[in-house]
Structure formats: C-alpha cells, structure tokens
Ligand binder design. Structure first.
Ligand SMILES: [Zn+2]
Length: 439
C-alpha cells in the first residue's frame, strides 16, 4: 500500500497529543503541545492542523500519503463530526470535521475522547480479545465509553455512554450536571472529596488532615490510596460508598449489554483500584439474575496516555472500512542466531535489550548490576505487558523480591527461558508481551 499511515490526535484541556501510527498500531512518532489557556476555537483548530502536519514532517512522510486523521475531543460530538458541547475547551458548536477535512484535504473523523479511549483499548490494549466492552473511568468526574462489536456506541446525537450520569439513587447527592443521584456524585473524585469534607466538618477524625493539611482543599487520588492502606475509617467508608455505587452501575449495565468486559481506568482507579475492583467483580459474580451466565471480566486499562490517540486512529481506520480486530502486528519477528544471539529482520541485537509491550526495541537506561531491581522492571514493563519473558543468555539474572512483588501486583506472568526458547515463545504468543534479553 502506498499510503499506509494514520494520524491520531487527542485534544485535551491542557495538552494536545498526536501520533503518527501504522495500520498495525505501531506509534512511529508522537508529539505533545500545551493547549493555551482560554484558547479560541480558531486557535485550537489551527493547533490541530499544525500537529497533524508536524507529525507527517517528523515521520518524513508527504502529508498527502496520510490515509486519514482521527481527532478526539473532550465533549459531545455528533455523528457528522460537529462538536455539540465541550465544557473544558472552546469548541462548542464548531463543525470540526468539515473544517479540518477542508484544510487537510484527507479524510477526517472526530469523536468523543472517552469513547475513543475504550476503542483504543479494544484495538490494542486490555480489551483486545473482547468485542463488547463497558469502559468506566473515575477521575475528577466519571467518564464512560461503550464498545459493541468493535464499534463505539455514539447514540443518535453522539451523547451516549455517559455512564457517570446514570442516576442510581432516588434522592442522592446533587451532581454537577444538575441531576440528583448520578454515579459520578458518588464515585467522581470531586464527590469523594466532598463526602470527606462533610465528614471532617462533622468532627470525624481522618489521616487526610495529616496528608493534605487541616483544611484539605484538594484530595488527590494518591492521598486516598494512602488513607486506605492506613485503614482510615472516614476515607474507607467514603470509598466503600463510591465502590458500591460503581458495583450497582456495573450490574445494571451488565443486564443491558451482557458485555465481555468492564474496563476501568482514570486517576481514582489507578490509585485505589486494588481496593475497588475486587468488590465490583464480586458484585457482578454474585448477581443472582445472571448466575447461570459467564461473569464479565473486570480489568484495568493498559494503554495509558496512548489509548485515546490510538482510539482516534482506530475510528479513522474503521471509517475507511478497515478492521481493528485480529492478531497483534506491532511486534518484531525475532530470530535466534545461535550462541544466545537474537536478531530482528533488520539487525542482530547485541548486549542487553528489551522489546517493550508497544513493540519498540529499547536498551535499558542502566545496566542491571547483578540483580534486576524493582526500578529496572518498572522501566522494562512500561506500556503494561501481560507477559514478561526473560531470555537469560549465559548470565543468571536474579530478580529482587520487590521486583517479583511488582510483577504480581501488575498481574504480569513471568517466564525465564534460554534465549532460543524465549524467541520461540515470544513469536508464538498473541498477548501484550515484553522480552528482556541478556547476552
Ligand atoms: Zn450527573
């Protein structure tokens, strides 16, 4: 194919993140720029155009050879690519798809960022082996996205999957949207913060005052996690309430969609997922109505900051009639060259190297001295693999106990093999995988 590349752009309130991506999902190059505060619609539109052009230049590809551009917007986007409403940036009412297509002269798609994040995970991340996915992202608010048969659910006007604003309690707390008892009014970080403030005002004692000061204005997710591990009664009670709200929502959503998977991400889950997710899983499992059916998986998102950008590319691919399902094609095919040497189709890889979960070949920043430490594994397992294969070569790599703990916490299966066996297993596995090789 003469023009195989796509561009994905994730437009956020504070930054614009773009990537030049192969049809297989490999990120060839990426760039990030700040969204100027209070930027006008024309400024943001120009920055999107500039990001797209700069990516092509950085990738040394003539712009006409880009197949399509996918753009993710933090707001409601209708099915014609017109922005209906964006609370955090000035794009409300902008006919973005039309404007961009006219300027860029290639196909353009525009969609909601959370929906696209779930689509991205469905293409290359935690949801790759699932077709029907409910994505829930408790951060400051609670974002939602629903993928059905590898396509996100947009609804008639592009406003579907606002899971955070499902009303789950009759006379519940007031939500930012104006309704009462929304999921977000229990499980969004703003709501958790509010409930903790109310507890403190009612003279309840909490470690939060030590972590965030006497009048803690903003309670970050990391502080919640610390308070949970210290078994702080106030924070534990508030987080139980948030978890229970999420569990109720998941049981109802499961009855509606009978999905394969509940996918969780967002700041609150990143920090407190170990506390929240098992309880949600249990609620789904114990659902009496669905006891004869398979319980959907409860998993964490894997693509991090790349999810939305890759989802925008997935949308662009689908708009051209291409599939996003199928085997992984982001990994190099490895060859065993004898004497513990491993090669790709292009080069023999000397010394210590690793193939990261996003398919990139990397050299460790520090040469591992004797033991593979927790920090070494943090580096090697960036981009969230499901499996780590260590090709031990002639060395005897030992992993520090803290490192083994980290792998367990991240749910990464470890295989330590000879270089030859490692190559065979790596090529064979169709999972998110990392190979760390010693000479
Ligand atoms: Zn609401």
């Amino acid at each position: 194919m003469s023009n195989p590349y796509f561009i994905g752009i994730d437009v956020g309130g504070t930054k614009i993140y773009g990537g030049l991506v192969s049809p297989e999902g490999e990120i060839l190059t990426n760039l990030k720029i700040a969204t100027p505060p209070k930027a006008s619609p024309s400024t943001i539109t120009l920055l999107i155009i500039k990001t797209a052009r700069d990516l092509a230049i950085a990738g040394r590809i003539p712009f006409r050879n880009i197949r399509a551009v996918g753009v993710a917007i933090p707001g409601i986007v209708d099915n014609d690519g017109k922005v209906v409403i964006t609370p955090n940036i000035h794009l409300t009412g902008v006919d973005l798809k039309k404007i961009l297509a006219k300027k860029l002269r290639i196909p353009v798609c525009v969609g909601n960022d959370v929906n696209l994040g779930v689509l991205g995970e469905c293409w290359l991340g935690a949801g790759r082996k699932a077709k029907n996915i409910i994505g829930i992202f408790p951060g400051t608010g609670v974002g939602g996205g629903i993928v059905i048969n590898n396509e996100f659910l947009a609804g008639t006007q592009g406003a579907a999957a606002e899971i955070g604003h499902m009303q789950i309690a009759d006379e519940g707390p007031l939500c930012t949207c104006g309704n009462k008892g929304c999921l977000e009014a229990f499980a969004g970080r703003w709501a958790i913060e509010k409930a903790i403030h109310e507890g403190l005002a009612g003279k309840k004692r909490s470690i939060i005052t030590t972590l965030a000061g006497k009048n803690p204005k903003q309670i970050k997710s990391g502080m919640l996690a610390k308070a949970l591990s210290a078994k702080d009664p106030l924070v534990t009670a508030v987080m139980r309430r948030a978890t229970s709200a999420l569990a109720h929502a998941c049981v109802s959503l499961n009855h509606i969609f009978n999905s394969d998977m509940f996918l969780f991400g967002g700041g609150v889950i990143e920090a407190c997922g170990d506390f929240m997710l098992p309880a949600i899983e249990k609620a789904l499992k114990n659902d009496p109505f669905f006891k004869r059916l398979k319980t959907p998986k409860v998993v964490r998102a894997k693509l991090g900051d790349d999810a939305v950008m890759l989802g925008a590319v997935a949308m662009a691919k689908r708009s051209l009639g291409e599939k996003i399902e199928g085997k992984y094609k982001i990994y190099p095919l490895l060859k065993y060259k004898g004497s513990d040497r491993i090669a790709t189709e292009k080069e023999v890889l000397e010394d210590i190297f690793y193939v990261r979960a996003d398919g990139k070949i990397k050299r460790p920043k520090n040469i591992f001295a004797g033991k593979i430490s927790e920090n070494d594994l943090e580096e090697v397992c960036r981009k969230s693999p499901d499996i780590l294969i260590i090709a031990k070569g002639t060395t005897r790599p030992a992993i520090a106990p803290k490192g083994l703990k980290l792998l367990k916490k991240k749910n990464i299966t470890l295989h330590i093999l000879t270089s030859q066996q490692a190559v065979i297993l790596f090529n064979h596995l169709d999972e998110r995988k990392t190979l760390l090789s010693f000479p």
